[in-house]
Design a protein around this ligand. Structure first.
Ligand code: ADP
Ligand code: MG
Length: 402
């Protein structure tokens, strides 16, 4: 059995949906039983599709509550399942559309960003036993209290990987509008190249650091459950990128002087600077981390000096963080003109001087670096947002990824 996930751009037009059906038939012809996961028509590639629904609701009522908002946002995927089911039937194949709830995707009740807790595959299994193709709505689930929830933008990838793990699928295929995971986002770095394979660790890092080709939580599930994943294009016959660990050793050896696998950026962060007041002892000032942690605001890129504490948070949490810091009387400022660029590569572990090369590549292009961090597979730099494109292109060239 294979899971085949089709993103928003893949199901956007009737011509494209025919190409989707071709991919399903290919897997049937190879003897697999496909389970489909679909995004809303136009959702991921075109953020306006989702926003249109929300704008519409907000025009009717002042402010839609999060429970109702999730219910509304789940509609796009449901429509998609019925459209794809019809397209399959038109070509002579039996299929059954399922909402996330019907497919047994059980989540917590964190509306807008719910986490999958359990998958009951019973219904999908029945449909497979009848030799029909289950077509599951991605991006959504249901809580124990029967509330409809959504998994956050890009969440259909998570649905696909969670189903892959629960059904012990031989493969999860994520079909999208690029030929696989590339050395950088081709929309920013035109000479980015498609990778043949990549390790779970690297793909998790790339996804977490902003490469939206796969959702970070999907990558995490794949890594934890060792689900074999392939990312490939709906619109070509290219082989795509295989995510697994089998190649890791060989890859590192082949790379030799290429310690970097891919580069990416995150531009959905804001930088918060806290200026401790004279009477605030260190411990009191550092209490901000506890205040934020208690409210589940995760912080990144932390820098602590006696006169300054700075860190980054997701921009969607900006208001929540500001409220908390106000309550505790902190003196702070919020900046949204910074982004984080990262280079990722299992091959950089233990190779000295990679940070120096990053600094040189950026300095040669007159990009100012405000802060850096490194872990064994990732080096990140805080830079001004307007330097995003030049930085990514400079690093891509410097590490010869093109
Ligand atoms: P889908 O609707 O299929 O889920 P997405 O728009 O979510 O598609 O993801 C595909 C997009 O991810 C590509 O069009 C590309 O612009 C972007 N992207 C960002 N980083 C990378 C990368 N490293 N490799 C490939 N694509 C990337
Ligand atoms: Mg996506």
């Amino acid at each position: 059995m294979v899971i085949q996930k089709f993103g928003g751009t893949s199901v956007a037009t009737s011509e494209r949906r025919e190409q989707v059906i071709d991919k399903v038939l290919e897997s049937l012809n190879q003897g697999y039983k496909p389970v489909l996961v679909v995004s809303a028509i136009g959702r991921d590639g075109d953020p306006y599709a989702t926003d249109t629904l929300i704008d519409f609701a907000e025009n009717v009522h002042e402010r839609i509550d999060s429970r109702a908002q999730d219910l509304l946002m789940s509609c796009g995927e449901v429509i998609s399942t019925t459209v794809i089911t019809q397209a399959l039937k038109a070509r002579g194949y039996e299929a059954e559309p399922l909402t996330g709830a019907q497919a047994g995707i059980i989540t917590n009740e964190e509306f807008g960003d719910a986490k999958i807790k359990e998958v009951n595959t019973h219904r999908i299994q029945e449909i497979l036993d009848e030799n029909k193709i289950p077509v599951v709505a991605g991006f959504q689930g249901v809580s124990k209290n029967r509330e409809i929830t959504t998994l956050g933008r890009g969440g259909s990838d998570t649905t696909a990987c969670a189903l892959g793990a629960a059904l012990h699928a031989e493969m999860v295929e994520i079909y999208t509008d690029v030929e696989g995971i590339m050395t950088a986002d081709p929309r920013i770095v035109p000479n980015a190249k498609t990778l043949k394979h990549i390790s779970y660790d690297e793909v998790c890092e790339l996804a977490y650091q902003g490469a939206r080709v796969i959702h970070p939580r999907a990558a995490e599930i794949a890594k934890r459950e060792r689900v074999p994943v392939i990312i490939r294009s709906t619109f070509s016959d290219a082989e795509g990128t295989v995510i697994s660990n089998a190649f890791e050793q060989e890859e590192i050896e082949i790379k030799g002087d290429k310690p970097v696998t891919g580069i990416t950026s995150r531009n959905n962060l804001v930088l918060i600077k806290i200026y401790p007041k004279a009477q605030q002892k260190d411990a009191t000032a550092l209490g901000c981390f506890k205040v934020l942690a208690d409210a589940e605001v995760s912080v990144d890129f932390i820098n602590v000096r006696p006169d300054l504490i700075s860190f980054m948070i997701n921009d969607s949490l900006q208001n929540k963080a500001a409220e908390l810091l106000d309550e505790e009387n902190y003196n702070y400022e919020i900046f949204n003109n910074y982004i984080k660029v990262s280079i990722v590569g299992a091959g950089m572990t233990g190779i000295p001087g990679v940070m120096a090369q990053v600094v040189k590549a950026l300095a040669d292009n007159e990009v100012s670096i405000y802060q850096t961090t490194d872990s064994h597979t990732t080096i990140s730099c805080l830079i001004e947002a307007e330097d995003e494109e030049i930085s990514l292109c400079a690093l891509h060239d410097y590490f010869k990824l093109g």
